[in-house]
Structures are given as C-alpha cells and as structure tokens.
Design a protein around this ligand. Sequence first.
Ligand SMILES: [Zn+2]
Length: 352
Amino acid sequence: MRETLLLCPRKPLIVAPRGFFAPNNKKLTDKAINCKFEAMREGDCLDDALRKEILREDLKRRHKGKKIIPARYRMKFPEIAEREYVRLANEYMAIEKDVLLKYIPELKRILDEGTQYNTDSRKDNEKKRKTARFSGIDNTIVRLGILFDSMQKELDSAFGLYDLKRRVNDIANLDHKLTVAEWKKAVSRTLGIDILSDYYSGDFYREMLAKWVSANVDLIKTVSKESLRSLKEKVYSDYMNGRSTTDIVKKLQRQYGMDKRRARLIARDQTAKLNADITQSQQRDAGVSQYKWSTSLDGRVRKSHRALGGKIFNWDEPPETDGGRRCHPGEDYQCRCCAIPIFDLDRLDLPV
Ligand SMILES: [Zn+2]
C-alpha cells in the first residue's frame, strides 16, 4: 500500500510531519489507512484535507483519545521588538528635541521683546506683565507663528532623512518572526509536531503587517506633529497670560518630556497589539476556538485582567475588561497578557 502511495504521480507522500510515519507504517490508525485507501481508489493523491485528517487521527491516538489539549507552553512577549520600537520612538523624538533646543534662544528673544515691560524678574507679577504685553501682542504672535513654522519645516526635512518606514517595517517583521517562533514552540511542545513557518509569511500575514506598518508610520508622524502644535499653543497661551519667559521655556521642556513618554507608550502598546493580532490569526487559522487567559508574569497586571487569569474564553467572544470594554489578551492598553491556545484535535488545521 505504501508503495502505491509513493508512486502517486502528482503528489507523493512527502508531506508527513516528522515522527508521524514509522518506517513500518504501524503508527497509522485504521481510520487513517482507510482514508488513504479511499483516496487512492478515487485516483486522488494525498491532498491537504486528507493529510490533515491523518494527522488529527494520529494525534488523538498519541494523546490517548483526548481531543481537547491546552498548550503546555506560555508564549513569550516579543520584547526585542518592543525594545526596538521604543528605541525608534526615542530617536524620532530626539530629532524634535534638537530642533527645539536650536530655536529656544530665538523664542526667548521674541518673548522678551514682545513686552514693553521688558523684564523677567521674579518680583514682576503676572498681572503686570499681562497688561504690559497687550500693546505688543499682535506682533509677538506673528513672530511666534513664523518661528514655529520654521521649526516645523526644519523638523520635516530632518524627519525626511530618517528612514521611518523601513525602520517600522523591520520592527513589524521582527515582531512577526518572534510571534511565529513562539507559536511553533507552543505547537511542538504540546502536540509534538513541527509546523512550517513559511506558511505564516503568506499574503494574509504580509497584508496584516503592511497595514500595521502604514498605520504606525502615520501614528509616529502624528505624535510629533501634535507635539509641536501643543508646544505652540502652550507658548501662546502662557504668553498671553503674562507668564515669564523662564516659566514658558520650562513648561515647554516639560511638555516635550510628556510627548516623548507618550511616544514610548505608543511603541509598547503597538508592539503588543501586533503580537495579539498575529496570535489570534494563527490560532483561529489552526482551528483553535478557545484560549486560556494568562496574565503577564510581571507585577503590573491590572485588577480586571487578574480576574480573567486562568479562565477559558472563546475567540468569538472577547471577555469584558475595564469599563465594559471587550477584548482579548494584549488588546487592552499596555496589556502583556497572553492567550494560551486550547487545541481541539477534531478541528485542528495546522500547516505541516
Ligand atoms: Zn493584561
């Protein structure tokens, strides 16, 4: 029988997973053998569906008839990808800082000249400055506007030299590679089979990554654009409210620090989201409909997620988390939880 199979002209039996066929073929169950017979009788070769059917039967036999098998491995968070993204966010924001520092002396000059009451000493109160600035406000606002426009232009050209898209693309590929590697580990340690990682580089995942890359390029650009805009607004309103130049510059630097932190949070959040999306697609695609919620192993797990830890959920029905929001592990802001797959051998569909 085996010889017949191997003679099949279109697709010989070369696709069996490692350790699946014993040399004497004794490992095959009756049902699997019947499947093969039927396929041959109809003049087919071992197609995908049949191969998977044989795999399922073999796994059930190996797991002594058990059909529902939770993964024995907790997939690790793609920390290297996260670090790379945080590094990128820092670098990108550093470009903004350089431009900012370059323009601060000019900014101080405009603010100082903007008031006839030209002083910045502590004993001059805000009210005095506010009144004194009235006559010069129009001119100062125009000058500030021009200053911020030049900053924006300089920032745009500096960002233009920075290969943002390629860098974000590298991070997406790294995140993807790490997530696939962890998935392979979960499958091999639980079911004892090796899956083909090439499968996860197909069109579906390529598109998913491309979408993430373009959304993230936009996101990073927006953060820096918004940052400059909010700096400008802060300077305007502080100036009108009679704040001293020293105060205004200090607040400007504090705001920049906040924007930088925000960029880093986005980096962490987005890496986790991509990881969560890939994980969900991999599991659903493999016929996994349920997972066990596993909380992050660090001490920063939020209360609502701790309550979900260890419970089983359906990929079609995300559980409720904070504020009635429904989501899967890794989808909530800054969430490091993980979805441990529960394999259902009757529905298993893996690229082997
Ligand atoms: Zn969580």
